[in-house]
Design a protein around this ligand. Structure first.
Ligand SMILES: [Zn+2]
Ligand SMILES: [Zn+2]
Length: 107
């Protein structure tokens, strides 16, 4: 109840204030099957987004040729570049900002 005392500031973020950029792995605007370029080695990658409602995530070799996206800066990367930027083979990272890299999410 004491939380209501914090409303002294008049500026309130709108519920729909989440604009593109805050969650680049969701707000990427990429379509399933689309092709993009890796931001590091410029190879052509296929967009294979995982569905937010799905719990099936495969990380074993299935990432070859598939576009990954940095959750911090939104750069698109291939798995080879993302893994090369990390010293952990199970934790791909962005070569530009060091952010965590994941499959784009849709749905
Ligand atoms: Zn690459
Ligand atoms: Zn990044």
């Amino acid at each position: 109840m004491g939380l209501f005392r914090r409303n002294g500031k008049k500026r309130r973020p709108a519920p729909s204030g989440e604009t593109a950029g805050s969650r680049p792995w969701v707000d990427h605007g990429l379509a399933d099957g689309e092709t993009v370029e890796c931001g590091r080695c410029a190879r052509t990658l296929r967009v294979a987004p995982q569905f937010a409602s799905s719990v099936t995530v495969s990380h074993d070799g299935a990432l070859e040729g598939v576009a990954l996206i940095c959750t911090a800066c939104g750069q698109l990367l291939c798995s080879a570049c993302a893994l090369a930027a990390s010293d952990n083979p199970y934790l791909p990272r962005c070569d530009r900002c060091g952010g965590q890299v994941t499959l784009p999410v849709t749905g």
